[in-house]
Ligand binder design. Structure first.
Ligand code: XMP
Length: 518
């Protein structure tokens, strides 16, 4: 992909919060990419041609002989470099300093930093005295390389900020990207200003760049896109449509696991408002038949994924010879799939997308959102005029309601679930809470419970409600509804949905739970 905008390279040494660094930079309208340290060698750095580089923190110790190193070419580029934690120590060691092992990394904690000598990176800091920063005790800097000096320190952190200001090389031993460092964003603002970034990377600019990129990639070929109505596939559809017009065909596979009226709404908006070529496949019966008797979560996911690909492939053949497959992959998907040496990443769930298709069908992928975070995709959706109801939608999993129906999936259970989910979301909207919540949904539990309605005993389904707060879906906290809200919602569900006599509220955060039930 060609990006005329100035680029910042983040070298990832495996910190779990490296994505946050990228987020902070994007908030400053600076285009950046994260690349894992094992793939960043001299040739890569030269090819990437960054205007500045950030070396992330990581779990390793520079004092260990074979710890990962930044590539030597970095120091010859002459661009500003900011090293955070491990990244800073790796830079100091590479330039002739010495790092002494300080034992295993301790618990992260706050430290109060004092200014030792002014530094452009610290402009605007210390206006009210000490600055609070978030840091984890670990290795110590035993000797600084020539040209480096200490600019800020705390009692337990004597080399909190060191720099060779003339060469614009900076090492910080705390996390400016974390909100526990309240003025951390100022460090990134100063750093990118020092590096000369214009801060002009906006969604309007992205739209222009990416439409040109898609045209260059696709030429006069045809593109096929699986449209689910989620914000990622919707925004991809609009971008691709803008780029290649009639040569885009969208396919909506209704697997019978969508929410109430969802397939109708999506079809309506894209056909009517955008005049976008859209084929809708009603495959509910086929999916339900394949899912009959299946209650293992992974088998369910695989069954749905396989069938989706089969159906999509059949449709693709009918539309005749598309060589490109559009996919709404976003940046966190790309980063999550990179593994850092020494940090095994277990598959927790097999996520369902159209993966596997391109190779099988000899198609090439077009992924117009590959560089964007979710909130950037939303901003781009607004830029493209996508209605707010689509832009602000909560995420919805590819396997749909199947993963909210532990045990066997049946039509009867799905009908109940759809009705409960609709009442729950209606309640959330009525109380003005939809946009405060990251994701909310109902699930139907694999059990019946005893209840009493008027004079009579009931023996009906139990449902659970879930609502979470999250930034990226990787971790989540439970949304703290008021007791009144929960009570009112329970009352409405039981009154309005026949077949349900009990409502639970799921109070599990992630971890230890995942967001979906399966
Ligand atoms: P979990 O349940 O893994 O979910 O904590 C994290 C986020 O991902 C969504 N999710 C999926 N999205 N295909 C998707 O496109 C999937 O197979 C899938 N499974 C989970 C989930 O809704 C939550 O937002």
């Amino acid at each position: 992909m060609t990006h005329p905008h100035q680029r910042l390279l983040i070298v990832d040494f495996g910190s779990p919060v490296t994505q946050l660094v990228a987020r902070r930079l994007r908030e400053l309208n600076v285009y950046c990419e994260i690349h894992p340290c094992n793939l960043v060698d001299d040739a890569f750095v030269q090819g990437f041609s960054p205007r500045a580089v950030i070396l992330s923190d990581g779990p390793d110790s520079v004092a260990r002989a074979d710890s990962p190193q930044p590539p030597a070419a970095l120091w010859r580029l002459g661009v500003p470099v900011l090293g955070i934690g491990y990244g800073g120590q790796a830079m100091l060691a590479a330039l002739g300093g010495e790092i002494a092992a300080g034992g295993p990394q301790g618990e992260s904690q706050a430290a109060a930093l004092e200014l030792s000598a002014p530094l452009d990176l610290l402009d605007g800091w210390f206006a009210d005295g000490a600055e609070t920063v978030w840091t984890a005790p670990g290795d110590r800097v035993a000797r600084l390389p020539d040209g480096f000096a200490v600019h800020a320190e705390a009692p337990d952190l004597p080399q909190a900020v060191t720099a060779d200001a003339a060469r614009r090389l900076y090492a910080v031993q705390f996390h400016p990207e974390m909100h526990q460092t309240p003025h951390g964003q100022r460090i990134f603002a100063n750093f990118t200003r020092i590096a000369g970034f214009a801060g002009d990377w906006t969604m309007a600019a992205y739209r222009e760049d990416i439409v040109a990129d898609i045209r260059a990639q696709v030429g006069d070929g045809r593109v096929l896109l699986a449209l689910s109505g989620g914000v990622d596939s919707s925004v991809s559809a609009l971008l691709l449509h803008e780029a290649v017009g009639e040569r885009l065909t969208c396919v909506l596979v209704d697997h019978g696991l969508m929410r109430q009226n969802e397939a109708d709404q999506v079809t309506e908006i894209f056909r009517r408002n955008y005049n976008l070529p859209l084929t809708r496949i009603d495959a509910g019966d086929r999916f339900l038949a394949a899912l009959a008797g299946v209650d293992d979560p992974e088998t369910k996911r695989k069954t749905i994924g396989r069938l989706f690909i089969e159906i999509f492939e059949e449709e693709a053949k009918k539309t005749g010879g598309a060589e490109f497959l559009g996919q709404g992959t976003i940046y966190p998907d790309v980063i999550e799939s990179v593994s850092i040496p020494g940090q095994p990443q277990a598959t927790i769930k097999s996520h369902h997308n159209v993966g596997g298709l391109p190779e099988k069908m000899g198609m090439k992928l077009v992924e117009p959102l590959r560089a964007l975070f979710k909130d950037e995709v939303r901003a781009l959706g607004r830029e493209l005029g996508l209605p707010e109801a689509f832009v602000g939608r909560h995420p919805f999993p590819g396997p749909g309601l199947a993963v909210r129906c532990p045990g066997e999936v049946t039509r009867a259970k799905l009908d109940i679930l759809r009705a409960v989910d609709a009442v729950y979301l209606d309640q959330i909207r009525k109380h003005g809470l939809y946009d405060d919540i990251w994701q909310a949904f109902a699930a139907i539990l694999p059990m019946r419970t005893v209840g009493v309605t008027g004079e009579s005993r009931t023996y009906e389904h139990a449902v659970s409600l879930r609502a979470i707060l999250s930034v990226d879906g990787m971790t989540a906290q439970v949304y703290p509804f008021s007791h009144d809200f929960l009570h009112e919602t329970m009352t409405r569900i039981i009154a309005e949905v026949p077949g349900v006599n009990r409502v639970f509220y799921d109070v599990t955060s992630k971890p230890p739970g995942t967001i979906e039930l399966e």
